[in-house]
Design a protein. Structure first.
Lengths: 205, 262
């Protein structure tokens, strides 16, 4: 899902950077000092979770779980996922530097959106109901990320449109898997630690 | 942190500390120069000039003292991710046909565009990995703070860096216990549910761990201030290095303009 340096046009890069700064500022505003350890540890666990490879047929996909991050962290998912992207670019060489803003918007934007739409629903009702909403949220976020990636490529040049379409089709199985996994993760968390979710009463945010 | 991905042995000095020659340079200067370098290279279009930029990045890697092969291997991993988009480009960009596969024309324009992206991406990421990636992650945090990054963002980053390693070990422990109970991943509902529970359990443990961390920090009077352990100082070597980089970048821009005019 990472776009690299050199592929996007300058207006797209600048727009992405501006939106990312806004998202980070908003996320930090909603993150009091007391909550920073929790956000940091959760940010680290999403980083580790993204290293998990899940088998699918003869191949495997790695998880992104940005929807789950949004459901748990709310607005704070923006800076948390941005930090993950920054560390990946600097220490692992994934992605790039000038595209950091665009990548953050593409991945963290849908995460926050999923949190805003599904956050309360996940924390309400029975664990099973929460899991279903969570699965929807997880699938929604990754689908939105794929669309956003396709959109930023298509905005930069018509020559990318076929590639952008292909990216979306190729990610349909990933969307399904992320939805299933997010649902299962939420089912367990709702039973073990209901206050984990941003939308729950007495939750950590 | 690098061993999280590569599975290498843990360095004794903590997180991915690589003993590199560039380590003696001021981290703030390295970050600023890397950003300037990335912006300049992304603005370049000419393939000859971009090749020059890649050579400059290689030279940075050579003087940095980082392990050559390992760094290049990591760069090649990124190429693996983008290769499909790049291969598609010659077929999707209109222009002079080069050859055709199953009735699809590959164009020269598309090939040049793909080469341009590959050169830019590699030149930038190589410079980022050598100049910034060679830092201790904690040093990077402090340097970013010294460069006026919001304090809370730096705190969030430091926490993330600190706990990636701890949580990865927790993840491996959970995986071991799954294995002991006879879990074999495959393409089925049971696998996806188990992985979901695994992620859920990691989150639950993470939030419980963060409660203990917060209690321990409160106990020690944490107030949200970042205490810098070392003072960054700009030495003559730093100024000379920055000057050389600026000259090299100016030469690249000059070449781009000269080629464009020709």
């Amino acid at each position: 899902m990472h776009i690299v340096d050199g592929a996007l046009s300058n207006p797209v890069l600048l727009g992405g950077a501006a939106l990312a700064v806004g998202g980070i500022a908003m996320g930090l505003k909603k993150l009091p000092l007391e909550r920073i350890p929790a956000a940091g540890v959760l940010s680290a666990s999403f980083f580790v979770a993204s290293l998990i490879h899940v088998p699918i047929g003869p191949s495997s996909v790695h998880l992104i779980l940005n929807g789950l991050a949004g459901l748990v962290l709310g607005w704070a998912a923006f800076p948390a996922l941005f930090v993950g992207l920054l560390l990946q670019a600097v220490f692992f060489g994934f992605g790039g530097l000038t595209v950091l803003g665009v990548n953050a918007v593409n991945i963290a934007g849908p995460a926050v959106l999923a949190g805003l739409i599904f956050g309360r629903l996940v924390a309400r009702g029975s664990p099973m109901q929460g899991a279903i909403w969570g699965g929807l949220g997880g699938g929604f976020a990754i689908a939105a990320t794929t669309l956003a990636v396709a959109f930023s490529l298509a905005l930069s040049g018509d020559e990318f449109i076929p590639a952008a379409k292909l990216v979306f089709v190729a990610h349909i199985p990933v969307i399904v898997i992320e939805a299933l996994l997010s649902g299962a993760a939420i089912f367990l968390a709702r039973r073990v630690k209901p206050e984990l979710f941003a939308g729950s009463k007495g939750g950590w945010t | 942190m690098t061993y999280v991905l590569t599975g290498e042995d843990k360095p004794l000095t903590g997180f991915g500390a690589l003993r590199a020659a560039v380590s003696s340079l001021d981290p703030r200067m390295r970050i600023v120069m890397t950003v300037i370098y990335a912006i300049t290279v992304v603005a370049l279009d000419d393939l000859r000039v971009l090749s020059g930029a890649l050579i400059l990045s290689m030279w940075l890697l050579a003087i940095s003292g980082l392990p050559f092969q390992k760094t290049l291997k990591r760069m090649a991993m990124m190429d693996g991710f983008i290769i499909f988009t790049l291969i598609l480009l010659p077929f999707t960009m209109p222009g002079t046909p080069m050859f055709s596969v199953f009735g699809f024309d590959a164009t020269w324009e598309g090939l040049w565009r793909a080469t341009e992206i590959a050169l830019t991406a590699n030149a930038v990421i190589l410079a980022v990995m050598t100049l910034v990636g060679s830092m201790e992650p904690v040093t990077m945090g402090h340097a970013l703070f010294a460069l006026k990054t919001p304090e809370r963002l730096v705190h969030l980053m430091m926490f993330t860096i600190r706990y990636i390693d701890v949580l990865r070990e927790e993840y491996l422990r959970l995986r071991t216990s799954m294995k002991l109970r006879g879990f074999r991943p495959g393409t089925n509902w049971h696998t996806y549910r188990s992985y979901g529970y695994l992620v859920g359990m990691m989150l639950v443990r993470a939030i419980e761990r963060s409660e203990r961390i917060l209690a321990a920090m409160k106990c020690r009077g944490f107030s949200g201030r970042i205490v810098l352990l070392e003072e960054f100082r700009l030495t003559r070597t730093d100024v000379m290095f920055a000057g050389a980089m600026v000259l090299a970048l100016a030469a690249l821009i000059w070449a781009e303009v000269a080629y464009a005019a020709a």
